[in-house]
Write a protein that binds this ligand. Structure first.
Ligand code: GUN
Length: 295
């Protein structure tokens, strides 16, 4: 039996279309949702991600501002740029692409963003709200995963979800999302990480296995329960001289191996990646709506 392939591009297009309809409603009220994306330095992967975020804004009816800063820029310059964006009434969402150069403190930068404009959901105020189930802006990558699963006709409530990875961007918010009440969550949760002994003992118990490890093709068939839903968050560049660009993209899951035991699986590329951008569009429209409700 070969797994159902979850089509992230198709589901992302649906969500982006819904965000566009919501943006159109704001346009009718004279509100133009606007996302500011800040890119520091010239990390090629970050440049590519920022490019896709700006293109998605155009397709969704969201105004985008792209702010590029030199790698060597002082942290103070970035903080002042964030202050300007926080105060600009025409800007509804602010995203500082991570990782930042080593001389910058990501925590300090994240905390400088106005929580109402924090479309990444990384500010401690939003992290706290998510953890106690208050409606807020939530991190894009983990927020897209319940959409991928439920829109593929797979039930989540009552299932055992095992998340491998404990990053602040994916693993930890994923746990907070999965444990909430509601049809797109209500899971029993286990979080595994680099300190977990006997990892496969846990992953083999997963009805839903979410891999956010950052190690190419780490999850193999022997780690997966038959029929499980496997969500691959990894995007790793591995050298491949047969490819014109010199590398190919692989996930944290050995796709060809795992698809033979899983019930459903996301591909890389074309799974979680497009969803992150679609959820960012949804968050930007939500931020604009909330700001204009309270303003
Ligand atoms: N770098 C990798 N993923 C993300 C993300 O979701 N948001 C930001 N700002 N940077 C990232």
């Amino acid at each position: 039996m070969s797994a159902k392939i979850i089509d992230g591009k198709k589901i992302a297009a649906e969500i982006q279309e819904e965000a566009k309809q919501d943006a159109d409603k704001l346009h009718e009220r004279g509100i133009k949702p606007c996302l500011a994306v800040v890119l520091v330095g010239n990390n090629p992967a970050s440049k590519a991600y920022v490019g896709s975020k700006v293109r998605a804004c155009e397709a969704t009816g969201i105004v985008s501002l792209k702010i590029e800063m030199e790698t060597e820029s002082p942290e103070q310059d970035l903080l002042e740029e964030i202050d300007r964006l926080n105060e600009d009434p025409n800007v509804h969402g602010i995203l500082v692409q991570l990782p930042l150069p080593h001389h910058m403190d990501e925590e300090r930068v994240t905390e400088r963003i106005d929580p109402a404009k924090d479309v990444d959901g990384f500010h401690p105020e939003n992290v706290g709200k998510l953890s106690i189930g208050i409606d807020c802006l939530t991190p894009c990558t983990p927020s897209g995963i319940p959409e991928l699963i439920t829109r593929s006709g797979i039930k989540m409530s009552g299932k055992h979800a095992v998340v491998v990875g404990r990053s602040n961007i994916v693993g930890k918010p994923m746990m907070n999302i999965l444990v909430q009440k509601g049809d797109k969550a209500n899971c029993t949760i286990t979080c595994c990480h680099s300190g977990t002994d006997h990892l496969a003992n846990y992953t083999r118990q997963a009805d839903i296995l979410i891999a956010a490890i950052g190690v190419p093709e780490f999850v193999t068939a022997g780690m997966v329960k038959e029929g499980a839903t496997v969500i691959d968050v990894g995007i790793n560049r591995v050298e491949d001289l047969e490819h014109s660009r010199g590398y190919r993209l692989v996930g944290d899951v050995d796709f060809d191996d795992v698809k033979e035991v899983a019930g459903a699986i996301t591909p890389v590329p074309g799974g979680v990646g497009p969803m992150t951008v679609a959820m960012l569009m949804q968050n930007t429209v939500k931020a604009a709506r909330m700001i204009h409700q309270s303003g």
